[in-house]
Design a protein around this ligand. Structure first.
Ligand code: SF4
Length: 321
């Protein structure tokens, strides 16, 4: 069959994951239940469009709990918080709804368990990322952040026989494994987490982009600059053979020259990106002759997380159940 002149390969899965969907719904339901303002510590998810939409409905985004008026409602973001943030919220008598993704909570639990067993924990992740700050805060005396293979040589531990690694949930799978290999060459007794810390959504989106990238002149990732998993999708696309890769929040950020000479454009979206932004991009490409869209699905996702318990209880009470 003759190959069409201009086509889009659309990676599947892409876009919203279960943790982001739950976090956004949490703020929406809190706004319905309590009315605005509902305060949200940090960006609920790392996506400008989502944050602006919630702001329009009455969510107020703050950096820290000390910006929230005492007695108000505050939602903690999907990235998770350190225990001292809960303590600070209690001290201000805030009504807390914790939208931490359950898969981030799982890593917090692992950190607490390893620390209780006396391990030094090497947390592979990006220094300064909210999720890393939250996990590291579970056991600050036991955890050090390893921000990629180049950090490995600087690691010092109390007992090389009692060392474990954990990771941020949204890293590149391949780069993380190469960091782990380097750590293991220094600490042969290094203990792994009981199950993957890099979450299913991150892994699935990376796998899908790996499959389409070798056939693409360029891959466009819809996502925000501060979204770790979106940035990793660009890197994975390039490593897997895409001719180029660009991250855009919105279709209007596209540059004509990125696709002018392309015959195949790959499209994917980070885990915090709603589908309408992908549709906008496909519309932009359609206007430039990329009318054929072939979806390449490498996994089917069915994960759904229930809303935070504290919110479910309040919703039941409000509905008189
Ligand atoms: Fe949870 Fe993974 Fe989504 Fe982060 S990317 S919110 S860890 S499912």
């Amino acid at each position: 069959m003759e190959r069409p002149q201009k086509r889009v390969l659309l990676a599947g899965p892409r876009g919203y994951c279960a943790g982001v969907d739950r976090a956004v719904q949490t703020v929406e339901k809190a706004l319905e239940l309590y009315g605005p303002p509902v305060y949200v510590r940090k960006e609920i998810v790392h996506n400008r469009h989502v944050v602006r939409g919630l702001e329009r409905r009455g969510a107020v985004f703050v950096e820290e709990t000390d910006e929230v008026p005492p007695g108000s409602t505050v939602v903690f973001s999907a990235h998770g918080v350190a225990p001292d943030v809960h303590v600070a919220a209690r001290a201000r008598s805030l009504r807390v709804i914790d939208a931490t993704c359950p898969l981030v909570t799982k890593v917090h639990n692992e950190a607490r368990r390893f620390a209780a067993d006396g391990y030094d924990i090497l947390l592979i992740g990006h220094q300064g990322h909210e999720e890393v700050a939250g996990t590291a805060g579970e056991a600050p005396a036991h955890i050090q952040v390893v921000d990629g293979p180049e950090d490995v040589d600087a690691v010092t531990v109390r007992d090389p026989a009692r060392v474990a690694w954990l990771s941020q949930t949204t890293l590149s799978v391949d780069e993380t494994m190469s960091t782990v290999e380097r750590l293991r060459s220094r600490f042969p007794d290094l203990v792994s987490p009981p199950s993957d810390d890099i979450c299913y959504a991150t892994q699935n989106r990376q796998q899908a982009v790996k499959v389409i990238a070798p056939s693409c002149d360029v891959v466009i990732v819809v996502g925000s600059e501060n979204s770790s998993n979106s940035r990793r999708l660009c890197e994975v696309a390039l490593e897997a053979g895409a001719g180029g890769a660009h991250l855009v929040d919105f279709a209007h950020e596209m540059a004509e020259e990125w696709v002018r000479d392309a015959s195949t454009v790959g499209v994917t979206a980070g885990a915090s990106v709603p589908n309408d932004l992908v549709e906008d991009l496909l519309g932009w490409l359609r206007e430039r002759g990329f009318t054929e869209v072939e979806e390449v699905t490498t996994a089917v996702e069915s994960t759904v997380f229930a809303l935070p318990q504290e919110l479910r209880t309040e919703l039941r009470r409000a509905s008189g159940e």
